[in-house]
Design a protein around this ligand. Structure first.
Ligand code: GAR
Length: 202
């Protein structure tokens, strides 16, 4: 059984998408947050997932004592120092832009206000440079002239929720992420409503 730690500071919508994806797939998930009142912890409670408040200063001690196959950052808003990253082992993050563009906080709004016509989502390994580890997967979101910020934001989150769980599964299994996997998952969803989603497999 794989052991997965998901660590976030806020809302936890990615956490919830990941939990739903791994339901009945034999993955043990632990939810951690550096913010005691973060909604991610409430979601974990509601979903019956082991969870705890983990103050930033206790990260090193916690991850030195608790081993995981993979640590997943999902809206974790603090910068992790080198010793903590080493103790964590393999760490990945999701960022709401096409890195290396729009690093740091507020990336969705920054991209929108900059007037770019394409932004998107990046899943990457975390190393000692901020938002700059090796890219595992990216997915574009196009911004047409009539698109509002809230529509753009909603589309970014929808892509995040579809992309992150599949990439996590591949990383856990030590397999290469392939866009066919994403297409198939979209396709099977569409098939329930009738018709192929265009994955080329039917
Ligand atoms: C997500 O959009 C994620 O990409 C972003 O925080 C949000 C968390 O949402 N992360 C970063 O900006 C990291 N630099 P969630 O708590 O609902 O999953």
């Amino acid at each position: 059984m794989y052991k997965l730690a998901i660590i976030g500071s806020g809302n936890g919508s990615n956490f919830e998408a990941i939990v739903k994806w791994f339901q009945d797939k034999g993955v043990e998930i632990t939810c951690l947050s550096d913010a005691e009142d973060a909604f991610i912890l409430k979601r974990a409670e509601n979903l019956g997932i082991k969870h705890q408040f983990l103050p930033f200063e206790q990260n090193f001690e916690y991850f030195s004592k608790n081993e995981f196959d993979l640590v997943v950052l999902a809206g974790y808003m603090k910068i992790l120092p080198e010793n903590v990253l080493k103790a964590m082992g393999k760490v990945i993050n999701i960022h709401p832009s096409l890195l290396p563009a729009f690093k740091g906080k507020g990336a969705i709004k920054k991209a929108f206000l900059a007037g770019v016509k394409v932004s998107g989502v990046t899943v990457h390994y975390v190393d000692f440079n901020i938002d700059a580890g090796k890219i595992i997967a990216q997915y574009p979101v196009f911004i047409d002239n009539s698109m509002h910020l809230d529509e753009f934001e909603a589309e970014i989150h929808e892509i995040e929720h579809r992309l992150y769980p599949i990439v996590i599964e591949k990383v856990l299994e030590d397999k290469v992420f392939d866009f066919q996997d994403l297409m198939k998952s979209v396709c099977s969803k569409k098939k329930e409503g009738g018709g192929c989603g265009g994955c080329g497999q039917h």
